[in-house]
Design a protein around this ligand. Structure first.
Ligand SMILES: *[C@@H]1O[C@H](CO)[C@@H](O)[C@H](O)[C@H]1NC(C)=O
Ligand SMILES: *[C@@H]1O[C@H](CO)[C@@H](O)[C@H](O)[C@H]1NC(C)=O
Ligand SMILES: *[C@@H]1O[C@H](CO)[C@@H](O)[C@H](O)[C@H]1NC(C)=O
Ligand SMILES: *[C@@H]1O[C@H](CO)[C@@H](O)[C@H](O)[C@H]1NC(C)=O
Ligand SMILES: *[C@@H]1O[C@H](CO)[C@@H](O)[C@H](O)[C@H]1NC(C)=O
Length: 305
C-alpha cells in the first residue's frame, strides 16, 4: 500500500511530458558568454533582479524534483525558476549562451539564492563540465529514490503519455527483460544506475558540492529531509512543522506557505503497472551491485531494497 501511494505521489508530481531528445552537437561556434561581473541583470525598479542560479537541482527524473523545488521555495531566501530550463543538456538552448540562461531565471531580491531544476541533467554526460565552467562553486542537489521504484515510475510516465496520444506501448515485462536477461538497453533502467552518472559528476565537483536528498524519506518526513537541505545550502533554518501537513485523503504531505495551503498534485488513477513478481525480483537483484557501488561512491547508504 505504501509503495502504491508513493508511486501515485511521485507519478503525479511529474513535470510535463517527456521532452523530445536534445539535438545532437551541431559543431557550430561557441555560445556567447558572460563576463564574471555580469552574473545578474540590471535590477528592476522594485528591487529584484535575475541572477544565474547558485543552486541547481540536477535530478533524477522521477526522483521527486518537483516536490523538492516546491518545498525549497517555501524558504524566504530562495527564488525558484518555474520551468525546467534544459540549458546545459539541449544544444539548441546551450548555443544561446549564458545571457539566455539568465533571462530564464526568476526575479529575485539580491540576498536571495536562485535555483532551477532540470532532472535530465543528472544523466547527461556533457552537463557536469558545462555547469563547472559556469560556476565551479555551485551547489548541486540530487534527489534519488529506490532505483527499482524509479524505473517503474519512469515506465509509468511514458506509458500514460503514449496512452494519451493513442500510441501503442509495450508491456513492462517486455521492455525490462530481453532473452531472459535484464535489458541493459532500456534507457529507464540506465537512468537508475546512479553510480555510473555520479562518477561523471565527481570528475568535476567535490562530494561536498553535491547533496543527495533521500526522495523516499522526503515523502515520509519532509521537514527532516528539508532541514538537511537548509544546512547544506547554509540557509537560516526557517522551515518548520507548520509548513507541512498530512492530508489523510491523499495519504501524503501538502504544503503551507504563509497560510496558503497547496498540495502538489492530483493523484487520480495513476498507479504503477503490475509487474510479474519474478521480474520484480530480478530487478531488485540486478540493482544490488550498482547500488553498492553508489553507496561506496558517496560514503552513505540508502534504504533501498
Ligand atoms: C559571478 O560569478 C563568478 C563565478 O560564479 C563569481 O566569481 C563572481 O564573483 C560573480 N560576480 C558577481 C558580480 O556576482
Ligand atoms: C518585480 O518586477 C519583476 C519584473 O516585472 C516581476 O516579475 C516581479 O514579480 C516583481 N517582484 C515584486 C516583489 O514586486
Ligand atoms: C548507461 O548510460 C551511460 C551514460 O549515458 C553510458 O555511458 C553507459 O554505457 C550506459 N550503460 C549501459 C549498460 O547501457
Ligand atoms: C513556523 O514558521 C512560521 C513562519 O516562518 C511562524 O509564523 C511560526 O510561528 C512557526 N511555527 C513554529 C511551530 O515554530
Ligand atoms: C486533501 O485531499 C483531498 C483529496 O485530494 C482534497 O480534496 C482536499 O482539498 C485536501 N485537503 C487539504 C486541506 O489539502
Amino acid at each position: 500500500m505504501a509503495a502504491l501511494l508513493l508511486g501515485l505521489l511521485l507519478f503525479a508530481l511529474q513535470s510535463p511530458p517527456l521532452p523530445s531528445r536534445p539535438l545532437a552537437d551541431g559543431g557550430s561556434s561557441p555560445p556567447p558568454t558572460l563576463s564574471p561581473a555580469d552574473n545578474a541583470t540590471a535590477s528592476h525598479p522594485n528591487g529584484t533582479l535575475q541572477q544565474l542560479p547558485q543552486i541547481i537541482i540536477i535530478g533524477v527524473r522521477k526522483g521527486g524534483t518537483r516536490a523538492l523545488i516546491e518545498m525549497l521555495s517555501l524558504h524566504g531566501a530562495v527564488a525558484a525558476a518555474q520551468n525546467e530550463v534544459h540549458f546545459f543538456d539541449w544544444e539548441s538552448h546551450f548555443q544561446k549562451g549564458l545571457p539566455w540562461y539568465l533571462s530564464q531565471m526568476p526575479y529575485a531580491f539580491p540576498e536571495q539564492l536562485t535555483v532551477e531544476k532540470t532532472p535530465a541533467y543528472f544523466t547527461s554526460g556533457k552537463v557536469p563540465k558545462r555547469i563547472h565552467q559556469m560556476n565551479p562553486n555551485i551547489k548541486l542537489l540530487l534527489i534519488l529514490r529506490d532505483p527499482t521504484e524509479r524505473v517503474l515510475s519512469d515506465y509509468t510516465q511514458v506509458f500514460y503519455n503514449r496512452l494519451q496520444k493513442h500510441k501503442s506501448y509495450q508491456p513492462i515485462e517486455s521492455v525490462l527483460v530481453k532473452d531472459g536477461e535484464i535489458n541493459l538497453g532500456y534507457k529507464a533502467l540506465n537512468r537508475s544506475l546512479y553510480y555510473v552518472h555520479m562518477q561523471n559528476w565527481l570528475q568535476y565537483f567535490p562530494p561536498e558540492s553535491i547533496h543527495v536528498v533521500d526522495g523516499d524519506r522526503l515523502i515520509k518526513d519532509p521537514l527532516h529531509e528539508m532541514q538537511k537541505v537548509e544546512k547544506f545550502l547554509n540557509l537560516e533554518p526557517q522551515l518548520n512543522a507548520s509548513n507541512f501537513y498530512f492530508n489523510k485523503t491523499k495519504g501524503f504531505y501538502c504544503l503551507r506557505d504563509h497560510g496558503r495551503e497547496r498540495c502538489l498534485h492530483d493523484s487520480k488513477g495513476r498507479a504503477h503497472p503490475h509487474v510479474a513478481p519474478a521480474v520484480l525480483q530480478k530487478l531488485y537483484q540486478f540493482f544490488h551491485e550498482p547500488n553498492r557501488k553508489f553507496f561506496e561512491l558517496v560514503g552513505r547508504t540508502f534504504d533501498w531494497k
